[in-house]
Design a protein around this ligand. Sequence first.
Ligand code: COA
Length: 163
Amino acid sequence: MKVKDSMVEISRLVLPEDTNVVNALYGGRLVGWMDNIASITAYKHSRKNIVTGSIDSLFFISPIRLGDIVTIRSFVTYTTRSTMEIEIDVFSENAITGDKKITTQAFFTYVAIDGDGKPVEINQIEPENDEEMKRYKEGEIRSAERLKRLAETKERIKATLKI
Ligand SMILES: CC(C)(COP(=O)(O)OP(=O)(O)OC[C@H]1O[C@@H](n2cnc3c(N)ncnc32)[C@H](O)[C@@H]1OP(=O)(O)O)[C@@H](O)C(=O)NCCC(=O)NCCS
């Protein structure tokens, strides 16, 4: 499966109902949009039902203002048996001046599941050029780090939360 076959890009206008008390886009709203767009990429890639497995560290680098145009682009960077790592880049654009900024870059992972909620095999990604291969190799490193953190988190939860 090629990266371009499941790439998604959408733009939205930031309206008053999307903003926080300082007239910037509310962070939770943006994360919801990012998860929605990246889920479409995960569906297009796997053609299976999917769940969000993880969201890597998310830094909001510059505020998105009321009336700005937000563009969200998502594409698969790395896959393992049942899991897709998806890069999501977020840009803002002043609707009047056309001034553009990068707002956020994040990596979400999605796991494909069967009707019982069990992970199932997916199509593997086939990088087509040097840039995609570079992303793939970086994704491989992030995946190993993520799985280590997941195991550590599960251990910590077991040791500290008595439920
Ligand atoms: C993600 C989930 C399906 C994994 O099921 P599981 O039985 O624990 O899976 P396993 O430990 O056998 O791992 C299966 C695969 O999922 C990956 N994986 C498991 N948990 C993961 C997580 N939290 N984040 C990223 N990848 C994860 C594993 O690396 C493995 O990948 P591979 O098959 O590509 O090698 C399960 O933990 C789940 O349903 N979680 C809740 C998801 C959800 O509800 N998300 C919405 C937000 S509330």
